[in-house]
Structure formats: structure tokens, C-alpha cells
Design a protein around this ligand. Structure first.
Ligand code: ZN
Length: 228
């Protein structure tokens, strides 16, 4: 997929090479389970020695319905990278946890860059009535569809974690500080991640016993020491 090499003289990454990017805040609309609350949207940059794997790309722009219903305050993904001293032109690979407007909405900022999605998610995006085509399709779009768990760069894996959507995927990164998990929207927040039951994907992700866990809609980073 992409042979990116880990950073550092030891050839390994650190947990700090997974950089959260705060790309938006949303006001959840009336019909949403979180109605009345405002919540963050995070994307993540994974720094490898010779480039960046970007997990999610933030919000779509120019959709009147979304702007009215979610009242987003957004940062363009390339700006968010720059503000974290990261070069958007160093993005070698994009991973979408899923294809909703707040996770894949900025994909068009990366023409020609491979974007990894689960096959099941891709199929869902093109179902009648799905709006996703509006931001999934763009000039220079290059999607790589995978089925199930796949290593996408050295030490970086996607794990199929269906639930929120049929093709939702999480990402794991091997680091010197232990396994870092980007759980995406497998859980809405850290509390749900730690406690939700009867969710096969969440139970599987919890069993990984990652050293750090990041979520798409909660800025809390779960650390193993705090959980034990
Ligand atoms: Zn979301």
C-alpha cells in the first residue's frame, strides 16, 4: 500500500508521532442523540520517517443542510496540519475511519493520494439516498478498498470495526511506547469506549489493551495507566 518507514534511529515511532488535529466543533441538532451539545471533530496525523499517514480529513464545505443543522466551526485539514507544524504535502496515505461528512469531508484536499476505505463502507456510500458521493467523489480521487484488517504502512494497520457504520475501521500504530489505537467513532466518547457492552467491535478494540487510545469525537486520550 505504502512502504513508509518508521521514524527514528531505532526505526520505531513514538506515541507522540500520533498527532490529534482538532478540525471542527459541531452543535448536534435536535434529532441527534447528543442534541443540544457541542462536540469536537478530530483527525489524526501519524508521522513516519518519510511522510504522514492521515486518518480522516474533517468536514465537507459548501453543504447548506450540514451548515444549518450542525453550525460547524471548522478548520480546513491542510490548515490544521500546518498549525501543528506538519506539511500537508508530506501526506502519503489517507485512511478514512468511515465516509461520513465529518470524517471524509476534506478528502478532496488530497488529489492523487491513496485513500484507504473498507469495502463495506464504500458500498454503503453509494446506496440510494446516501449523500456521501458529494464529498467522496472529486477530481483526482484515488481510493484503495480493503476488506478486513490490513497493514497499510509499516507498523500502521486498519482494523475493521463495524458498528457506527458497516465499514467503520480503527487504526493501530506500533510505537516504542506501546500500541496506539485510533478508535475513530467506534465509541462516541471515552466513557462509552471504556464501558459499552454488547458491542463486538468495542470489545475487540478494548482487548488490544492499547497504551493510548484516541477517539474522533472526544479530546480525552485514554492511557493504559489510568485504566488499570
Ligand atoms: Zn462523526
Amino acid at each position: 500500500m505504502w512502504g513508509g518507514a518508521p521514524r527514528g534511529t531505532l526505526g520505531t515511532m513514538r506515541a507522540s508521532d500520533v498527532v490529534p488535529l482538532h478540525v471542527a466543533d459541531l452543535a448536534y441538532p435536535e434529532e441527534h442523540p447528543l442534541a443540544g451539545r457541542t462536540g469536537p471533530v478530530l483527525a489524526f496525523a501519524v508521522r513516519l520517517a518519510d511522510g504522514i499517514v492521515l486518518v480522516d480529513t474533517g468536514l465537507v464545505t459548501g453543504n447548506a443542510w450540514i451548515d444549518e443543522h450542525y453550525q460547524p466551526r471548522r478548520r480546513a485539514i491542510r490548515d490544521a496540519l500546518r498549525e501543528s507544524a506538519l506539511d500537508a504535502d508530506a501526506v502519503r496515505l489517507v485512511v478514512n475511519t468511515h465516509l461520513h461528512f465529518d470524517h471524509a469531508g476534506g478528502n478532496s484536499a488530497f488529489p492523487g493520494v491513496s485513500i484507504v476505505v473498507q469495502d463495506a463502507e464504500w458500498a454503503e456510500a453509494w446506496e440510494p439516498g446516501s449523500p456521501a458521493g458529494e464529498w467522496v467523489d472529486f477530481a483526482g480521487a484515488r481510493y484503495e478498498r480493503v476488506r478486513g484488517d490490513t497493514e497499510v504502512a509499516q507498523g500502521v494497520r486498519v482494523l475493521h470495526a463495524p458498528g457506527h457504520t458497516p465499514g467503520h475501521q480503527a487504526v493501530t500504530i506500533d510505537t516504542e511506547d506501546g500500541l496506539v489505537l485510533i478508535a475513530g467513532q467506534a465509541a462516541q466518547d471515552a466513557r462509552a469506549f471504556a464501558t459499552a457492552e454488547a458491542d463486538a467491535s468495542l470489545m475487540r478494540l478494548r482487548r488490544l489493551d492499547a497504551a493510548r487510545i484516541h477517539l474522533s469525537h472526544d479530546r480525552t486520550v485514554l492511557r493504559r495507566t489510568e485504566r488499570h
